[in-house]
Write a protein that binds this ligand. Structure first.
Ligand SMILES: NC(=O)c1ccc[n+]([C@@H]2O[C@H](COP(=O)([O-])OP(=O)(O)OC[C@H]3O[C@@H](n4cnc5c(N)ncnc54)[C@H](O)[C@@H]3O)[C@@H](O)[C@H]2O)c1
Length: 269
């Protein structure tokens, strides 16, 4: 019996990256996992990886920025597995073409990033919460980012979406605490996923060397893995975190502990 035996878990953006690693970890711990993703090929590959694990899986092709698709993801989870216990709102995009200041950001790109990265979290929660209520409670874990806490040039839409995720996390936590629905967020640092590799490729040169350089800016000296995030998400979704809600956890190799002055004059090497 795994920690999540008899639990039904929905993972948005579950076909690749952090979502895939977390979906697989939930299945290792016995959960019935619904992978909702826009990419059917990668989604079916996750189902193949789930074979032989204690849990089971279902793939739902969906664009979770759309209300009808979110409703369908939840109803397919209920049809396949009888309800919803855990929602991992993880989907997120940061298109390589989106690095621009506010004036240079096209309105339709702003809308797309906010629709996928923030509105989908609202929509998925809106339709999953009634199913959690029927089961006496549940857990929502949202993927924010260290970029929801601090920022860099060129990411107005992404940074705003991640700040919004943290605010929505607090909001839902206080509204649903009395119904035993806990709501938490993770703030990853740089994680080795398809998203990060795509942006590292834009720099040209040796990809692995670029990823190593990204790692050196994290105090622990490496970038993270999807598994690093999955481990924390499973903890937050488990009864071991039963007194946690409305909180975010940085999983960032110490990135947020660094001051802006850390490498400056007088700093110890
Ligand atoms: N990788 C990092 O360094 C990092 C750091 C901080 C936060 N994050 C956040 O972690 C989350 C996962 O990122 P990742 O790096 O694993 O990304 P990824 O690009 O590797 O995977 C994202 C998945 O989401 C799916 N997807 C995209 N748009 C969708 C839509 N409209 N509907 C359904 N599925 C859709 C993709 O097909 C893909 O499977 C995102 O919210 C991202 O912002 C990532």
């Amino acid at each position: 019996m795994g920690t999540f035996s008899n639990k039904v878990v929905i993972v948005t953006g579950g076909a690749l990256g952090i979502g895939r690693a977390t979906a697989l970890e939930f299945a290792r711990e016995g959960a019935s996992v619904v992978v909702a993703d826009i990419n059917p090929e990668a989604g079916h590959a996750v189902l193949a990886q789930l074979q032989g694990m204690p849990g089971q899986g279902q793939f739902v092709e969906a664009d979770v920025s759309r209300s009808a698709d979110c409703q369908r993801v939840v109803s397919e989870a209920v049809t396949a597995f009888g309800g919803v216990d855990v929602l991992f709102n993880n989907v997120g995009i940061q298109p390589a073409s989106s690095y621009a200041n506010v004036e240079q950001t096209p309105e339709d790109l702003w809308d797309r990033i906010l629709d996928v990265n923030l509105k989908s979290y609202f929509l998925m929660s809106k339709y999953a919460i009634p199913e959690m209520r029927k089961r006496g409670g549940g857990v929502i874990v949202n993927t924010a980012s260290v970029q929801g806490l601090q920022s860099m040039k060129g990411v107005p839409a992404y940074a705003a979406s991640k700040g919004g995720v943290l605010s929505l996390t607090r909001q839902m936590a206080i509204e649903y605490a009395e119904e035993n629905i806990r709501v938490l967020a993770v703030c990853p640092g740089t994680i080795d996923t398809e998203m990060v590799r795509a942006s590292a490729r834009l720099e040209g040169g040796d990809l692995e060397a670029t990823l190593q350089r990204y790692g050196q800016s994290h105090p622990l000296g490496r970038i993270g893995t999807g598994q690093d995030i999955a481990n924390v998400v499973l903890f937050l979704a488990s009864d071991k975190a039963s007194f946690m809600t409305g909180e975010y956890v940085c999983v960032d190799g110490g990135y947020m502990a660094l001051g802006a002055w850390a490498g400056g004059a007088g700093a110890k090497k």
